[in-house]
Design a protein around this ligand. Structure first.
Ligand code: NI
Length: 135
């Protein structure tokens, strides 16, 4: 029997979506307002889902305090109130789209979880636009 437990988190971050090898016109055509050369912020909402068996000893899939602390250490401390393009090494050569941010978050959390657990990451860039990555 597999049960999914989920934890919500939040961070604010600035980004700019652009390719250096494209003109400003090309970048604006593809990325719209997210290509703004002066950057802009998003209020990112993150939901981390961990799926596994219930431990009969604790009744938990995993201790949510452990998950909370892991998200803080690996995600919030790294991304909150940062300029993703300029301050977060993972995005120096990677476009900080919601898709890529979700993959980076997944890769930071996964090594810290029990091997028997399945991880899935849902990232809202706006209340209406969100992405999911499950490895
Ligand atoms: Ni944007």
């Amino acid at each position: 029997m597999q049960v999914t437990v989920s934890r919500k988190a939040h961070f604010n971050a600035a980004h700019r979506l652009y390719r250096k090898d494209w003109t400003d016109q090309q970048n604006e055509a593809i990325y719209g307002k997210c290509a703004n050369p002066h950057y802009h912020g998003h209020n990112y909402e993150l939901i981390v889902h961990v799926t596994g068996a219930i431990d009969p000893n604790t009744g938990y899939v995993m201790d949510m305090k452990v998950l909370k602390d892991l998200i803080k250490a690996e995600v919030e401390d790294l991304l909150d109130h940062k300029n993703l393009n300029e301050q977060v090494a993972d995005f120096f050569d990677l476009i900080p789209s919601a898709e890529n941010i979700a993959v980076v978050i997944y890769n930071k959390l996964k090594p810290h979880l029990d091997k028997s657990h399945t991880l899935s990451v849902t990232l809202y860039e706006t209340p209406r636009n969100f992405v999911n990555f499950s490895g």
